[in-house]
Design a protein around this ligand. Sequence first.
Ligand SMILES: Cc1cc2nc3c(=O)[nH]c(=O)nc-3n(C[C@H](O)[C@H](O)[C@H](O)COP(=O)(O)OP(=O)(O)OC[C@H]3O[C@@H](n4cnc5c(N)ncnc54)[C@H](O)[C@@H]3O)c2cc1C
Ligand code: SF4
Length: 512
Amino acid sequence: MGISLRLILGDQLNQSHSWYKEVNPDVVYVLMEMKQETDYVLHHQQKIACFFEAMRRFASHLKSHGHRVHYVHINDEENQQKLSTNIAWLINFYSASKFEYQLPDEYRLDEELKALEKSLDVPVYAVDTEHFLSSRKDLEEQFANKKQVLMESFYRGMRKRYGILMDAPDKPKGGKWNYDAENRKPYKGKEALPAHNQPRNKLSQVKEDMVKADLNYFGEMPEDTAFWPLDREQALQVLQDFIQHGLPYFGTYQDAMKTGNDFLFHSRLSFALNVKLLHPMEVIKAAEEAHQRSPAVYSLAGTEGFIRQILGWREFVRGIYWWKMPEYGESNFFGQTRELPTWYWTGETKMHCLKECIKGSLNNAYAHHIQRLMVTGNFALLAGIHPTAVDAWYLGIYIDAIEWVEMPNTRGMSQFADGGFLGTKPYVSTANYIDKMSDYCGHCHYDKKLKTGAKACPFNSLYWHFYERNRALLEKNPRIGMMYQLLNKMDTNEKQKILSHAEGLLQNLDKL
Ligand SMILES: Cc1cc2nc3c(=O)[nH]c(=O)nc-3n(C[C@H](O)[C@H](O)[C@H](O)COP(=O)(O)OP(=O)(O)OC[C@H]3O[C@@H](n4cnc5c(N)ncnc54)[C@H](O)[C@@H]3O)c2cc1C
Ligand code: SF4
């Protein structure tokens, strides 16, 4: 029969996969640390270190259960640092008669593996990762003949399909599908913030290996320690901790932001989910069961708000990715051209909201959703930054950033680069929204109320500049038309002052 070589990618750490049901000495599992994967974009050091450590622990887990594993470390002599050449080498090394892989989640790797399949002279088999709740094609099939792709209708379909928060096959629990109106309040400090009992992982060995391999990276990892769950036990512990302490207030404060608090009531589960240490359904079920057990603590609104993120958004953006790649990666609806201001890499800006969100990201490789969308993303869009530069920043800095989920969120939801395919209107705002949802403006060098002058909050003039310069593309959009009515009514002199102030800012983004 010969040896069968089975590839496990760094984000395929699903120990419940049916591959592992039987121990077979003729199967060799391969995990590889490669420069190809660390270098395709400049990454946060925690991201590289956590991926490597989670892979190493997964390999140990498989070995301790009797499986044969070939682990290629970043500094191994035989490591050619590229997936296809390493696989070709390993097939030769083991005289393997078969090569198998789990379908990758990134287009880039999917293409590479398809090309590899053609070049190998052993049979190749691809299997599902057994992780997602919808297939690559489900969304496209559901919406192929529709004018608009709506997350809400996709999500309702998923609720029915899996019977989540349902009173009857067609009846959502409590009579409503969506409780957004009851969620999303600013956090005023009334409820105690959860302690976030995160695992403490000392990663000195991995860090040493990264330095020896001369890898490029940025961001912080004080004392070579990372607080992300890196194996199944830790992931379950973080899930349990979140259900107990975070979920009761998740919905209420999901859009809130607060100086000095990087996590609020968020779950911090995205890394564990994206590398498949957790299955989305076990997270959804844990939340649903908590609500069933104690509805007074776990309100329907808050639980629904959380489940929507995983059963709805997470699956939805994946569907968009597989439907629209590779063109999606080129989309630039507004034709934006600027580079990111240098302070995106340091957090050294006078704008307190951006400083908080960027410093937090550099320290933790994390920012929560509304910081990504309504602070860093909002500013990048208003400032006309090229979506490819924005994509590269998000893909590099966040612990959970894998292209299938990062790109639709960044290019689509945040930068509207797809012209409104994923979202219906651009997520831009003045200081008003940021002030409503946070305490940031109270700590800022700039004045949230002013539109012009040295102290004026940059968001306030850039906002109108954005609408004015994109008039031809947006004015006819029914969800946006109102902004143009306001713009048209504005006093001409006042408007001119605002627009030229914004022009000045755009010429000096690095100095803000
Ligand atoms: C510009 C931008 C870039 C983003 N890039 C990524 C990324 O690279 N990887 C990533 O996993 N998420 C990304 N998101 C979505 C979201 O911000 C993160 O999933 C979330 O902040 C992770 O933190 P958490 O685990 O504490 O999430 P919570 O707020 O606790 O939410 C629970 C879970 O819901 C899921 N989820 C929530 N919102 C989304 C969403 N919009 N799309 C997909 N899943 C969602 C995640 O799995 C998350 O773990 C991005 C959002 C924006 C606006
Ligand atoms: S005033 Fe403007 S720049 Fe300052 S924190 Fe508020 S929104 Fe941000």
